[in-house]
Design a protein around this ligand. Structure first.
Ligand code: UD1
Ligand code: MG
Length: 453
């Protein structure tokens, strides 16, 4: 018997107060629904059916690369009604696992327990004992067996005292589910068809129902508002921080690092506070990342120090480099080993060979810089004429005096020296001093203007 997974993702998420469909709100940089789809995929089901409604086009477009059977629920009449949109395409003999698109932390291992539960029971639901179950449906048990699930809004004071919360996840046989769901009505406070009512239907028919208690209460957290979203984000970030530390990374404060994507790390990596890693990043052995750095889709090789307040995007930083504080490295920058980039330097689409230094207040864009080059403070590559971009090429061992402008396209020969304050508009020869500067003069007859009374 095969497995079919149905993920519910049609709700508007009214409590989010957002135009974005709820399941597309991001946790650690990825839409919530992506976590649920990934957990489902790990179970190797025959098919994954996702029920969409509110913002269906956007949800489908976001997951266009996934193999999904999309089911449209044009009116959101409740979770049971949502499941009914997917059931007709599922063969009666299959097992069905139902997941909610707003419960992103559930692990495949836990879901497997639910499926395994079907060997003994006809309906297997997942619950957790929560310190604060407010907002969740409550599992009502009699003689230890689940009898029904009562939603928060339909619960009386006695039921509200129950701390066993419904995760929303359940597994059963397709034919049984179809049968139970056909009996569900919307006679409740919210006038919705509740999937949770299938528990009572099953119990009424003496079907065996089991609620498996998930010991990790964080796994079943459902996101209904921005507070929940922020809470789930913190839970996930703390899991990521713990994993990094267990892999040997020194985190100065594990509550002050955010990883939104994948972060690979070597040995003896140290990360200071308030650092944000977005996308795929790789830190080599002995890398140090200073406070307030933002690093996006970049590779930082062994022994490199990134000082405080650097912003690095889509770039490769070589071994034993030193960057910042306050350096901005824009996409397609590649630095070889032992390159220094100091404060208030902006770089873009540039390649720098080993041992070169750009230490202060510069803009280096669309450039190639050779080995052992020293770029003086305030040097600017003028790469844009208002219409097109041009390249600056600087040879090995060039010394560039402060406050130089290179008006690209321009090439500077190996070993050249550029005098401070020059505007270089033509290629310059190897090994020679080139400068473009008007002669310094002193005007004896000049006096400072005096203030008129
Ligand atoms: C639901 C459960 C509650 C459980 C909680 C766990 C019901 C009736 N209640 O409440 O017992 O404790 O989840 O997080 O099931 N959806 C649709 N179509 C609809 C309505 C909802 O696809 O017509 C989807 C939503 O997009 C969401 C999921 O179903 O992904 C759950 O809906 P939501 O409104 O968040 O239910 P809760 O109030 O959280
Ligand atoms: Mg919910």
């Amino acid at each position: 018997m095969g497995l079919e997974v149905i993920i519910l993702a049609a709700g508007a998420g009214i409590r989010m107060h957002s135009d974005l469909p709820k399941v597309l709100h991001k946790v650690s940089g990825k839409p919530m629904l992506e976590y649920v789809i990934n957990a489902a995929k790990q179970l190797s089901p025959n098919n994954i059916h996702v029920v969409v409604g509110h913002g269906a086009d956007l949800v489908q477009a976001t997951f266009a690369d996934e193999k999904i059977n999309w089911c449209l629920q044009s009116e959101q009449l409740g979770t049971a009604h949502a499941v009914q949109q997917a059931l007709p395409s599922i063969d009666d003999k299959q097992n069905v696992l139902i997941l909610y698109g707003d419960v992103p932390l559930l692990r495949a291992e836990t879901l497997q327990m639910l499926i395994d539960g079907l060997s003994k029971h006809q309906l297997s639901i997942l619950s957790a004992k929560l310190s604060n179950p407010t907002g969740y449906g409550r599992i009502v048990r009699k003689d230890g067996r689940p009898q029904c699930i009562v939603e928060q809004k339909d619960a009386d004071d006695e039921i509200l005292k129950i701390n066993e919360a419904n995760s929303g996840m359940l597994a059963s046989n397709a034919a049984k589910l179809k049968h139970w769901l056909s009996q569900i009505d919307n006679q409740n406070t919210q006038k919705e068809f509740y999937l949770t009512d299938c528990v009572e239907r099953a119990v009424n028919e003496n079907a065996s129902v089991e609620a498996i208690i998930c010991n990790n209460e964080e796994e079943i957290l459902g996101v209904n508002n921005k507070q929940h979203l922020a809470y789930v984000e913190r839970v996930l970030q703390s899991q990521i921080a713990n994993e990094l530390m267990l892999n040997g990374v020194t985190l100065i404060d594990p509550t002050r690092i955010d990883v939104r994507g994948k972060l690979s790390t070597g040995k003896d990596v140290e990360i200071d506070v308030n650092t944000v890693f977005i996308g795929d990043n790789d830190l080599g052995d002995g890398v140090y990342i200073g406070a307030n750095a933002v690093i996006i889709n970049s590779k930082i090789k062994a022994g490199t120090k990134i000082h405080a307040n650097c912003h690095i995007e889509n770039s490769i930083i070589g071994e034993r480099c030193e960057l910042g504080p306050f350096a901005r490295i824009r996409p397609e920058t590649v630095l070889a080993e032992q390159v220094k980039v100091g404060n208030f330097v902006e770089m873009k689409k540039s390649e720098v060979q080993s041992g070169s230094k750009i230490n202060h207040l510069s803009y280096i864009g669309d450039s190639e810089i050779g080995k052992g080059v020293n770029i003086g403070a305030g040097t600017i590559t003028c790469n844009y004429d208002g219409a097109n971009k041009y390249r600056t090429t600087i040879g090995n061992n060039v010394f560039v005096g402060s406050d130089t402008q290179f008006v690209a396209p321009v090439t500077i020969g190996d070993g050249a020296t550029i005098g401070a304050g020059s505007t270089i508009t033509k290629d310059t020869p190897k090994e020679k001093l080139t400068l473009s500067r008007s002669k310094q003069i002193t005007i004896d007859s000049w006096h400072r203007p005096k203030k008129n009374n």
